[in-house]
Design a protein around this ligand. Structure first.
Ligand code: ATP
Ligand code: MG
Length: 418
């Protein structure tokens, strides 16, 4: 038997309904806030991700699915969506008329990391990006939107963590202070961190190894190193989250693994996921559009881990599974032919009917109607046909009424509609 690839998964009926519901709530909210959907390809030139995400990140170092295509060009299954959305924004000169654009997209991402609960090699993200707004209020809007989405989906126990990563002006000063601190603790750090310390010291801050966390406890805080403009940006973020009533904690360890982030960075964390505590992450990436060959354009965005969100959402899949409105138990061939026509006519009118095509006994068909949790069963056999009617049974109340066969579909509609 051929099985699926490790770290990949099927989302089966019985589980997919919650996904559909989350997706519809997210789409509704995005549209209410003026975001437009954008659909980007699943593969891009490897160069796009290598340049935008940064060579020194876990993603580019070891997680990307990269292949030569038949001509030898390197292509990569997208590990995230932001780079592609920027590429598209630049390629189609979407900044030309009005640079302010708000996008969302929903789809699969691919990272070759160690599969475990909440961590897959194909996983799904819900992304939102705002281009062309330098104001900290764009960051606040995104965090506010996340909070709203999460509460509409009854995800209890989530916490917004925020930090600032500064800008190319103040970050080098902080990096130097951080590198100096790290150098004094090298003995306590894991080998990955020792390797990272010179190339990407910020990443030592979010290493998950307990010994590293402990060693970094008193590390300098970037908040203390912000330049006046970045400090003011961060002040506005905090003040307007406060005035919107969005609770948050300032988390000085919060850094993004991606090189292009500047200033505000945030994560939505939950305790209910164990080790994989981040349900969503995002922040500002003012340098990326320019770096990819576009104009100097501020931008900010987030990515929600859909798989993790589906897990923490307080939703019961049973509430979203659609059960048949009607099971048609046809007891002989001629009745079966009539039943099939009714089934087709009902389907086009929004009434879900199902039937048995094998001519089983009444008893076994009633059992199947029960298993399918149909609300009603319509019984028709030779006897009923002779009388020109069928029997409609309410499966819950067990009440039965007769329905004339003549114009049956129209007659049934009021009887079985909610
Ligand atoms: P983590 O620290 O958990 O590895 P990350 O910083 O790599 O997350 P991002 O690149 O910010 O994650 O992606 C945003 C969100 O996508 C994460 O908060 C998480 O919910 C989800 N996510 C990331 N990687 C995976 C994965 N391999 N499987 C499932 N969800 C994932
Ligand atoms: Mg990761």
């Amino acid at each position: 038997m051929i099985q699926l690839i490790r770290g990949f998964k099927d989302i089966l009926p019985g589980e997919v309904e919650v996904w559909q519901y989350i997706e519809s709530v997210a789409r509704g909210l995005f549209e209410d806030f003026g975001f437009k959907e954008i659909r980007i390809p699943i593969m891009e030139k490897t160069e796009l991700f290598a340049r935008s995400i940064g060579e020194d990140t876990d993603i580019v170092e070891k997680e990307m699915y990269t292949f030569p295509d038949r001509k030898g060009d390197l292509i990569t299954l997208r590990p995230e969506a932001t780079a592609s959305i920027c590429r598209s924004y630049i390629q189609h000169k979407m900044y030309a008329d009005d640079p302010v654009k708000k996008f969302y997209t929903i789809g699969p991402m691919f990272r070759r990391e160690r599969p475990q609960k909440g961590r897959y090699r194909q996983f799904y993200q819900i992304n939102a990006e705002i281009f062309g707004v330098a104001s900290p209020l764009a960051d606040v809007e995104l965090i506010f939107l996340l909070k709203n989405l999460f509460s509409r989906l009854s995800t209890g126990d989530v916490e917004a963590h925020i930090n600032s990563l500064g800008c190319p002006e103040c970050r080098p000063v902080f990096k130097a202070a951080l590198t100096e601190y790290i150098s004094s603790r090298t003995d306590a750090l894991c080998s990955d961190c020792v390797r990272r310390k010179d190339r990407n010291p910020l990443r030592v801050l979010d290493c998950k190894v307990p010994a590293c966390r402990e060693a970094m406890e008193d590390a300098p805080s970037i908040i203390d190193h912000l330049c006046p403009a970045c400090a003011q940006h961060f002040d506005v973020v905090r003040a307007s989250l406060d005035s919107l009533g969005v609770p948050f904690v300032v988390n000085k360890r919060l850094v993004r693994g991606l090189d292009y982030y500047t200033r505000t960075t945030f994560e939505i964390q939950t305790r209910s996921l164990g080790a994989q505590s981040a349900v969503a992450g995002g922040g500002r990436y003012d340098g990326l559009v320019k770096m990819l060959g576009g104009p100097d354009m501020p931008a900010t965005g987030f990515a929600i881990g859909f798989d993790r969100l589906a897990e923490v959402a307080g939703l019961d899949n049973q509430d979203f599974i659609r059960k048949p409105d009607l099971y048609i138990a046809a007891l002989d061939e001629e009745s079966g032919a009539m039943a099939f026509e009714w089934l087709c006519a009902l389907g086009t009118q929004g009434i879900q009917a199902t039937m048995d095509f094998e001519g089983r006994s009444l008893k076994s068909q009633m059992k199947r109607a029960g298993r399918n949790e149909a609300r009603f069963t319509l019984i028709v056999g030779e006897d009923e046909r002779k009388k020109g009617l069928a029997i409609l049974r309410n499966m819950k109340t067990r009440e039965q009424v007769t329905v004339p066969l003549d114009n049956l579909v129209e007659r049934m509609k009021p009887l079985i509609q909610y």
